[in-house]
Design a protein around this ligand. Structure first.
Ligand SMILES: *Cc1c(COP(=O)(O)O)cnc(C)c1O
Length: 404
């Protein structure tokens, strides 16, 4: 048997394998990646790239963070998986770690963001059932995942195309508009669900009074406030969770991407009196909360705290803001807006950003474009100042040379 160990297949060989055997539902860059270390990543040909978008936001503490690698190596030799019909130490410890760093809730573990949001939607319906409440209000431009309830919650027509009908009971309103939510809530509304910063929607940061306004509205109408922190959570914005920049707490929160240092994991945490609506047998996940993911999650928490990475996240955001402000002053016709909260970084261009992504790739800098014209960066909290400056220099050169 040929094995995909060293020496690596070339990018070309791997691409050929994909063309024949892998469902073509992704647009992929023509590069096969083989090794990562912090904010560096190497392809099969040995080319090194600087990564401003490690793991699509999942590698918040860098590629192969040492504590996570060590915890997973240790756990994988002890116990890989046991089902949730048993107790396991790591899951209890990780639940406590998350609860203590958020609002004292109880956790349900799964393996992805979409699953966490499915759980939140089921919880909202189960909680509201006795009162006949089942409707969920979500925000235009939001993104909640690809499974059917999460997809229906995702108020972007392009993701629904050819997949209808969607699930009944969802209402969509404008983002960053409390009155619009107020107008959509009726006696059958169970929950309002949103991202505290829209990620896929282009790093949209709402006004400071938005979350407090929604909290007050939800309290007044007996509606759950569900925050999707799949992308914003776990320290991404310079706080453990983005809602902590405001003075309010949600009833239910979901997190995934960066939750376990790059190992697949998702979680829902809910206030205990709400969590009680999920009775034994009503919801489950076979792999959810497995010992490997939970050890990786605990090692991620330890890394962020031991290395002071929440503070570092804020400093990284400010460094990017300075660099980008200089660029905006230089190229006002190309840059519309800079939107930054910690290491959620958006550079809103006046033209389609895909040529910028391609130009950066050629110069060995990995970035992302979302919403067509927004350069999105989700750098690791462990990135160095020199790496930030070098990458910004590349991005600046590419922006200068790109003519819309
Ligand atoms: C990525 C993302 C999801 C979906 O997560 P998956 O792990 O891909 O299912 C849901 N919500 C938000 C805000 C996201 O950024």
């Amino acid at each position: 048997m040929a094995h995909a160990t060293t020496p690596h297949a070339s990018s070309k060989e791997t691409i050929a394998r994909f063309d024949r055997y892998v469902v073509p539902n992704y647009r992929r860059y023509p590069v096969s990646l083989v090794r990562g270390e912090n904010s560096w990543i190497w392809d099969a040909e040995g080319t090194r790239y600087l990564d401003f978008f490690p793991g699509w936001g999942c590698n918040l503490v860098g590629h192969c963070p040492p504590r996570v690698v060590e915890a997973v190596r240790d756990q994988v030799g002890r116990l890989i998986h046991v089902p949730n019909t048993w107790y396991m130490e790591a899951q209890g410890d990780f639940a406590r770690a998350l609860s203590e760093r958020s609002f004292g809730g109880q956790c349900f573990f799964c393996n992805s963001g979409a699953e966490a949001n499915e759980a939140a939607i089921k919880l909202a319906r189960a909680w509201g059932a006795a009162a006949g409440k089942f409707k969920i209000v979500t925000m235009e431009g939001g993104f909640h995942g690809r499974t059917f309830a999460a997809l229906t919650a995702t108020a972007q027509p392009k993701y629904h195309e050819n997949l209808g009908p969607m699930l009944p009971g969802f209402t969509y309103v404008k983002y960053d508009d409390v009155d619009a939510v107020a107008g959509a809530i009726d006696g059958q509304t169970a929950a309002v669900m949103l991202e505290p910063v829209q990620g896929e929607g282009g790093i949209k940061i709402p006004a400071a009074d938005y979350l407090p306004g929604l909290r007050e509205l939800c309290d007044r109408t007996g509606t759950l406030l569900i925050l999707d922190e799949v992308q914003t959570g776990m320290g991404r914005t310079g706080e453990w969770f983005a809602y902590q920049h405001s003075n309010v707490t949600p009833d239910v929160l979901t997190c995934a991407k960066a939750l376990a240092g790059g190992i697949a994991a998702g979680v829902l945490t809910a206030k205990p009196e709400i969590a009680a609506a999920l009775k034994p047998g009503m919801h489950a996940s076979t792999f959810g909360g497995n010992p490997i993911a939970c050890r990786a999650g605990l090692a991620t928490v330890e890394t962020i705290e031991a290395d002071g990475l929440l503070e570092r996240g804020k400093a990284i955001g400010e460094r990017f803001r300075e660099r980008f402000q200089t660029l905006k002053d230089e190229m006002p016709a190309k840059i519309r807006e800079i939107r930054i909260l910690g290491t959620m970084i958006g550079l809103d261009l006046t033209f389609d950003a895909s040529a910028v992504v391609a130009g950066c790739l050629e110069r060995r800098l990995l970035i992302n474009a979302t919403h067509g014209h927004v350069v999105r960066l989700l750098p690791a909290l462990t990135i160095g100042d020199e790496q930030i400056d070098d990458g910004c220099q590349i991005l600046a050169d590419v922006l200068r040379e790109t003519h819309p």
